[in-house]
Design a protein around this ligand. Sequence first.
Ligand code: ADP
Length: 229
Amino acid sequence: MIEFRNVEKRYEDQNAGAALTDFNLTIKDGEFVFIIGDSGAGKSTILKLLMGEEKASKGMVMVDGVNVGRIRRSKLPYYRRHFGVIYQDFRLLKDYTIYENVAFAQRVVGANPISMKRRIPKMLEQLGLGEKAESLPTQLSGGEQQRAALARALVNGPLYLLADEPTGNLDPASSQEVMRLLEDINRSGATVIVVTHDVAMVDLMRKRVVALKDGQVIRDQQEGGYENA
Ligand code: ADP
């Protein structure tokens, strides 16, 4: 479970206002949540606080009963293994094959090479990339690159999948495909949090929608659509 309790986040060099103000949000295990809001509303700050990349100025961020702001720097890499993250710009290593990109994520956590040899092809197969294992990221379409990024995010079996504008660089068909995959991932048990501007997509999906404005929640609706704002 994720809980933001009365969180304020003010960046050191931030002039006016705060990125988040008296921010409260609870996300239960197994939920699928969209976080929407204009640029500057505080969406990325939520993800950074969750990952322990930034600390709350006030209040606390609790993940599975752990106060994230209190995790020691040396323990953060372990904590972060609970999360898989995908980004708008995919962030694949461009000089490495798709297989190597995924393998890299497994090596970082010290996975056993024999289980890697079994798991990675299976993961790529599941995401429709069985034929692309030896390709470089630049040889793939945007949709395929995002699926490769998903393979990398999922290969260590995270409890939480965070997606930061995952469809920002994709055409409508690839966007829908990525969303369908996120639904599958959610159905298989992971909590999915998607930060997006893509209100058409949000409408289509009929999931919980948390709308932010100036660092506060202005709407939180189950099966919400943007048109209900
Ligand atoms: P969003 O993801 O919704 O676009 P952000 O969480 O990135 O919003 O930003 C929220 C507010 O915090 C904005 O006013 C932004 O300028 C400010 N902000 C974000 N990161 C920093 C930073 N590293 N230093 C100073 N201000 C920041």
